[in-house]
Design a protein around this ligand. Sequence first.
Ligand code: ZN
Length: 137
Amino acid sequence: MGASYYAYAVIGVEVTGKLHTTTKQPSCAHQPSGAFCSTCGKPNKTIDVETPIAGYDEDRATIGDLRIIHTTDRAKSFIGIAVGTRDLNYADDSHKRLALAPSEIATRVDDLRRQLIEIGLWDEASFGLWAVGYCSY
Ligand SMILES: [Zn+2]
């Protein structure tokens, strides 16, 4: 076991905090009237429940065919056209090319914008080329 280091380049937008919806729900289903539920003993309060937005596969970190790239602490998330490389100590995996013909760039970005507008994640202000580090340990 050890640590694996990844570096990603993402042409896309930041989606931090936009991949889940939060709803308030009772802490148990018994509708208690006191401070604690007489059936299960849980405190009578509401809790925040996070639900992934439509299409977001948390295990695969994808929405449709788009990848979600998280930082190591998952504090920041990005979506878009992405390429990554791993174990930067090894020369044969120290770099990769995101094959984008100059004539394709506008088309790919337009397609990305259209897909992200459809799912409510397009954010013109955060669009750009992001460099994201990730450490798996
Ligand atoms: Zn209960």
